[in-house]
Write a protein that binds this ligand. Structure first.
Ligand code: ZN
Length: 688
C-alpha cells in the first residue's frame, strides 16, 4: 500500500471524518490487504506474547488492533451502500471471503483463546471495573460461540457447515431474485388495470416494453406476500393472479427453494448441536435480550392473540363492505380472500378518516420536519443543538453534515443526512457509524442517516409522506444511540448491541412523529407557513392505528414460522416436499393460522431468515425491540413527556451505555421492571 493511500493514516479531518475527497476505488484493495495483514501481525504478537496474559496485553491490545482495516472497511461498506459503483461490487465479492477467513483465523486461533480463557477464569480476581469485566466476558463468549473450544476435527466440521450455509444462502437469495423477476404479471387488456393512476399504467407499459412485450403491461412483484397494487386494482381476478404469482415464488419450479430450506435448517440444527446447543434458536437467542426461544415464543403468541382479535374485526368490516357492494350491484357476494383485503380495507380507511396522502404532504417539507421536528425533539429532550457545516468534504452533493453540540456547548458528534434516492444507492433506510465512539481510541461519533426520498425537480420542495416523516425520526433514533455512546471500548460502543435491542432507541424516537405537540411544531404548509388544521392533524395521527390487526398478524405469523424452523433437531428437519406442510403445522400449533391474513413472507421467499444467518431465529427482534420502545414511551408520558429530565434519564440509563452491561439489565434499570406488552398493544390499537 502506498503511503499516500487515504487509509494509511488516521483521517486529519475533524472527528476523523473519512477524507471522502481523497478516496478512489483503486485505494480499497491495497488498504484491505494491508489492513488484514497488519491485524494478523498484531494478533500474532498478542497470542505469542512471552509475558503471561493480562487484561491489558491481551484484551485491550485486541481492542486497539485492526485500526487500518477498520478505517478502510467502514468507509468502503458505507459508500458501497450509499453511493456504490460496479467496481465496488467487484471488490466486495472479492473481499467478502477473505474477510470471513481473516475473522475465522482470529476467532479459531488456539494460542489466543488460551490467553482469553485463562483471563476469563481469573476474572473475579482481576479487580476489573465493570465495563472492563463486561468486555472480557464478551470476548470469551464470542470466541466460544465461534467454536474456539472445539476439537480440531470439530473445527473442521464447523468450517464445512459454515461454507455449506454460505453457498446455500447465496443460492436462496439468487432464486428469490430470479423468481420475483420472472413472477411479474403480464396483462394484455388495459381494462383490467382499472384503479391504477395514469402514471402507474404508464410505468406498467414501460416495464412491459423493457421486457420486449410492447403493447402489454407488466406488474412487477415486490418481496412481501402482499403486493402494493392490491389496494388499488378493482378487477378481482387480476388481484388473485398477482397474489398467486407472489406466493408461488420459489415453491417448486426452476427456482425452487424448498429443497434449499430443507438443507439449511438441517445444517443449522447440526451446527447448533456441535456447538453444544439444543437447536439453532437456543444458540442465537442466548446472545440476545430475549435470552431463550421460549421468551420470544411467548411474546409472539401473546401479541398474535391480540392481533388476531383485531384482524377478525377488520375482516368483518371488510366483509360488510363486500356484501353491501354486491347487493347494490344486484349480484352475489363472495367470501373475503387474502387478495381482497388491501382493496377493501383501503375503502374502509377512506370512509373512516376522510383524507388522502396528497392533502397532507404540503405540511411535511423535509427541511422543516428535520429542523422543527427531529432536531427540535433532540433539543427539548437532550439539549442538543445542530450547526450545519459547509467546510467538510462529502461523497455526494446532496449529503448534509451537521456538527452536534451538547447542552453545555461542548462538541459531541458529526451527523450526516443523506436523504435522497439515487440509482447507486441501496433501497430502504438505515443508519451507519462512520466512526464509533470510544474513549480508549479517543474517538467521538460520526454517524449517518440514509433514506430514499425521491428527489424533486430543481427548485421544487421535498414534500414527505407521513411514513417518510416517521422514518426520518426512526433513523435519527439510531443516530442518537451512536452519538450519545460514552464508553471506553470499541466492542461495547453505541449501536453494537443485539438485533432485538438495536431497534429500541429508533422505534422509541419514532413515537415523536405522532406526538400532537411535536406534529403541531413541524407540520406547517411549506408555502404559507400555516399550521396543519387541527382536525386533519388528529385524523392523520388516528389513522396510524388503522389495519393494525392485519399488519401485526402477518408479521407475527412470519416470526412464528421463523422460530419453528430453528427449534428443530437435525432429525426433525423435513424433506423438501414437506416444507410447506411444516409451515402450516407451525401456525396451527400456535393458533396463528387465519386464512384471510397470510404471513408477511412464506418460507420459500423469506430472505431475512434464509438468505443469510443474521436474522435466522431473529425476525421476532423488531417486535421485541418495539415492546421496549413502547414501554419507554409510556414511561416518558407518565413522567411529564418531552422534558430535559426525561431525556437525560434515558440518555444516562440506555442511550449512552452501548453494551457495557447486558441490554436486558440496562432496560430493567431504566424501567424498574421487566418489559410489559400492554403499551405496545395500546400504541397499535390492539385489544389489551
Ligand atoms: Zn431501524
Amino acid at each position: 500500500m502506498s503511503p499516500d493511500n487515504p487509509f494509511a493514516q488516521p483521517s486529519p479531518l475533524p472527528y476523523q471524518l473519512p477524507p471522502f475527497d481523497r478516496i478512489h476505488d483503486s485505494d480499497y484493495r491495497p488498504a484491505f490487504i494491508a489492513g488484514m495483514a497488519a491485524q494478523r501481525a498484531e494478533v500474532d504478537t498478542i497470542a505469542h506474547d512471552p509475558q503471561p496474559p493480562s487484561f491489558g496485553n491481551t484484551i485491550v491490545a485486541l481492542e486497539r488492533s485492526g485500526r487500518l482495516l477498520d478505517r478502510v472497511s467502514t468507509a468502503f461498506f458505507v459508500l458501497n451502500q450509499s453511493n456504490g459503483d460496479d467496481e465496488m461490487l467487484k471488490i466486495e465479492s472479492e473481499m467478502a471471503p477473505k474477510l470471513a477467513e481473516h475473522q475465522d483465523a482470529i476467532s479459531l486461533d488456539p494460542a489466543l483463546f488460551v490467553r482469553i480463557e485463562s483471563l476469563y477464569r481469573q476474572r473475579t480476581q482481576l479487580t476489573l471495573d465493570p465495563e472492563s469485566r463486561q468486555l472480557l466476558e464478551r470476548y470469551h463468549a464470542q470466541f466460544l460461540r465461534a467454536g474456539a473450544r472445539l476439537s480440531d476435527s470439530d473445527k473442521q466440521q464447523l468450517r464445512k457447515f459454515n461454507q455449506q450455509l454460505s453457498s446455500l444462502t447465496t443460492q436462496f437469495r439468487q432464486n428469490v431474485l430470479k423468481a420475483t423477476r420472472d413472477g411479474a404479471v403480464v396483462i394484455e387488456e388495459p381494462a383490467l388495470l382499472k384503479g391504477l393512476s395514469a402514471e402507474q399504467i404508464g410505468a406498467a407499459a414501460s416495464a412491459a416494453k423493457a421486457r420486449g412485450l410492447d403493447g402489454k403491461w407488466v406488474i412487477a412483484l415486490q418481496n412481501t406476500t402482499t403486493q402494493p397494487v392490491l389496494d388499488q386494482l378493482q378487477d378481482r381476478s387480476l388481484r388473485q393472479r398477482i397474489y398467486q404469482a407472489s406466493i408461488s415464488r420459489c415453491n417448486g419450479g426452476s427456482n425452487d427453494n424448498t429443497h434449499i430450506i430443507a438443507q439449511i435448517v438441517k445444517i443449522r440444527a447440526e451446527r447448533a448441536r456441535l456447538l453444544g446447543y439444543a437447536n439453532h434458536a437456543a444458540y442465537t437467542l442466548e446472545d440476545e435480550t430475549a435470552a431463550t426461544p421460549k421468551a420470544a415464543d411467548d411474546m409472539l403468541r401473546q401479541v398474535n392473540g391480540a392481533a388476531l382479535q383485531s384482524a377478525r374485526q377488520e375482516a368483518a368490516d371488510i366483509q360488510r363492505d363486500i356484501d353491501t357492494e354486491a347487493a347494490a350491484a344486484h349480484r352475489g357476494g363472495f367470501k373475503l380472500q387474502p387478495w381482497d383485503w388491501q382493496y377493501y380495507s383501503e375503502q374502509v380507511r377512506k370512509a373512516k378518516y376522510d383524507f388522502d396522502v396528497a392533502q397532507v404532504r404540503p405540511y411535511f417539507e423535509l427541511n422543516r420536519v428535520l429542523q422543527d421536528g427531529v432536531f427540535y425533539v433532540a433539543h427539548e429532550l437532550y439539549g442538543l443543538t445542530f450547526k450545519e457545516r459547509h467546510d467538510l468534504p462529502l461523497y455526494q452533493a446532496d449529503v448534509r453534515v451537521f456538527e452536534v453540540f451538547d447542552a453545555d456547548g461542548s462538541p459531541l458528534a458529526l451527523f450526516l443526512g443523506d436523504y435522497y434516492a439515487r440509482d447507486n444507492k441501496q433501497g430502504g433506510a438505515w443508519m451507519n457509524n462512520l466512526v464509533a465512539q470510544s474513549k480508549l481510541l479517543g474517538f467521538q461519533a460520526v454517524v449517518a442517516n440514509n433514506l430514499n426520498i425521491p428527489k424533486p425537480a430543481a427548485g421544487a420542495p421535498t414534500l414527505l409522506t407521513f411514513d417518510e416523516v416517521t422514518t426520518l425520526f426512526h433513523e435519527f433514533g439510531h443516530a442518537l444511540h451512536g452519538m450519545f455512546s460514552n464508553v471506553e471500548y470499541p466492542l461495547l460502543s453505541g449501536t453494537n448491541v443485539p438485533p432485538d435491542f438495536v431497534e429500541y432507541p429508533s422505534q422509541f424516537n419514532e413515537m415523536w412523529a405522532r406526538e400532537p405537540s411535536v406534529v403541531a411544531h413541524f407540520a406547517r404548509d411549506y408555502q404559507s407557513g400555516k399550521p396543519m388544521p387541527q382536525a386533519l392533524l388528529e385524523q392523520v395521527i388516528a389513522a396510524q392505528k388503522f389495519d393494525q390487526g392485519y399488519l401485526t398478524t402477518e408479521y407475527t405469523d412470519a416470526a412464528q414460522i421463523d422460530m419453528a424452523w430453528h427449534e428443530i433437531t437435525p432429525a426433525q428437519a423435513p424433506a423438501a416436499g414437506e416444507v410447506m406442510a411444516f409451515e402450516d403445522a407451525a401456525l396451527k400449533r400456535d393458533g396463528a393460522d387465519y386464512a384471510p391474513v397470510p404471513p408477511r413472507y412464506h418460507s420459500p421467499y423469506f430472505l431475512h431468515i434464509f438468505a443469510g444467518d443474521s436474522y435466522a431465529a431473529g425476525y421476532y427482534a423488531y417486535l421485541w425491540s418495539e415492546i421496549l420502545a413502547r414501554d419507554t414511551g409510556a414511561w416518558i408520558h407518565s413522567h411529564g413527556g418531552l422534558t430535559r429530565a426525561n431525556g437525560d434519564y434515558l440518555r444516562t440509563k440506555i442511550l449512552s451505555r452501548g453494551r457495557t452491561m447486558e441490554p436486558g439489565v440496562l432496560f430493567q434499570q431504566f424501567y424498574g421492571g421487566p418489559p410489559d406488552i400492554k403499551p405496545l398493544l395500546e400504541y397499535r390499537g390492539l385489544p389489551n
